[in-house]
Design a protein around this ligand. Structure first.
Ligand SMILES: NC(=O)c1ccc[n+]([C@@H]2O[C@H](COP(=O)([O-])OP(=O)(O)OC[C@H]3O[C@@H](n4cnc5c(N)ncnc54)[C@H](OP(=O)(O)O)[C@@H]3O)[C@@H](O)[C@H]2O)c1
Length: 275
């Protein structure tokens, strides 16, 4: 048993197991004057044929936020799910849609954005994130994952993530994005960006769960007014967190599912960040 993990989770969990402080209606203010629904439906690894139904169903039962990306190669299907939901009477303005600029589009940010908008069937995004601070060759041997002859990733060394951010800042005046942000930014990258940015990212979407609290970057974001969105909040595919004895013990003690304990940890953790 990982006792320190158990103590760590116990310290921040039980209060919100039965009294969740985050639900579908909870919105968290962003630094651009808008707000983001605290919970969202992720669409990574969601297969064609399934993701369309998942998106439509989620929105019909109350989800307000869908998180996607060009790189997930399923935005056409996500768009069909959105259409079904909108056709059923759900209003576009009540739903928060996030997409992400893929690494091979760092030098052509508007083209990357337009591709996502077209697939999703909407004329604006609520949030457009730089998926990774790593430009890749836009003219390589693959649209998403170009490689060099030796099999290594084909990176684009002619530009930088800060220059990409400058290009993204210009998107705000097009009306096609309400907010821009970043993802997978560690402290050194965010410091580098903030030193040159005219617009402070509204969001940094990072992997975050009890195995990976990433306190350093979370603290920097909190200090600079950058909202942190936790991706892979349950520990991602095949997550060993579900097998953690400490987590199972807390679930058993409180008579709830392990997933509930893990989600409660995020709710409490969020409150603690605000203090
Ligand atoms: N910005 C980025 O670079 C980035 C990277 C990764 C993810 N994301 C975003 O974050 C979203 C979520 O991330 P994720 O899919 O990696 O991780 P996650 O939400 O932490 O984990 C999903 C996994 O948890 C399992 N699961 C869900 N509920 C469960 C429950 N109650 N009991 C047991 N197992 C349960 C699922 O299994 P089943 O599939 O069997 O249901 C799935 O394998 C993605 O869809 C994407 O939108 C962003």
């Amino acid at each position: 048993m990982n006792t320190s993990l158990e103590t760590f989770i116990l310290k921040s969990t039980p209060a919100s197991i039965f009294d969740p402080n985050l639900d579908m209606e909870t919105r968290i203010p962003l630094n651009n004057g808008t707000s983001i629904p605290a919970l969202g439906l992720g669409t990574w690894q969601s297969a064609a044929g399934e993701v369309e139904k998942a998106v439509a169903h989620a929105l019909k039962v109350g989800y307000k936020h869908v998180d996607g990306a060009y790189c997930y190669a399923n935005e056409d299907e996500v768009g069909k799910g959105l259409k079904e939901a909108f056709d059923s009477g759900i209003k576009r303005e009540d739903i928060f849609i996030t997409s992400k600029l893929w690494c091979t589009y760092h030098t052509k940010v508007e083209e990357g954005l337009d591709k996502s908008l077209k697939s999703l069937g909407v004329d604006y995004l609520d949030l457009f994130l730089m998926h990774w601070p790593v430009p890749m060759n836009p003219n390589g041997n693959h649209d998403r994952f170009p490689t060099l002859p030796d099999g290594k990733r084909d990176l684009d060394h002619s530009t930088t993530h800060v220059e990409t951010w400058k290009r993204m800042e210009k998107l705000l005046s097009t009306g096609k994005v309400k907010a821009i942000g970043v993802a997978n930014y560690s402290k050194p990258y965010l410091e580098e960006l903030l030193a040159k940015a005219n617009v402070i990212p509204a969001v940094n979407q990072i992997e975050n769960h009890p195995y990976l609290p990433q306190q350093e970057i979370v603290d920097l974001c909190t200090d600079k007014g950058v909202h942190v969105t936790a991706y892979s909040p349950l520990g991602s595919t095949g997550s060993p967190l579900f097998e953690e004895e400490g987590v199972q013990k807390i679930a058993k003690k409180n008579g709830v599912e392990v997933g509930t304990v893990l989600l409660s940890w995020h709710g409490e953790w969020y409150e603690m960040r605000l203090k």
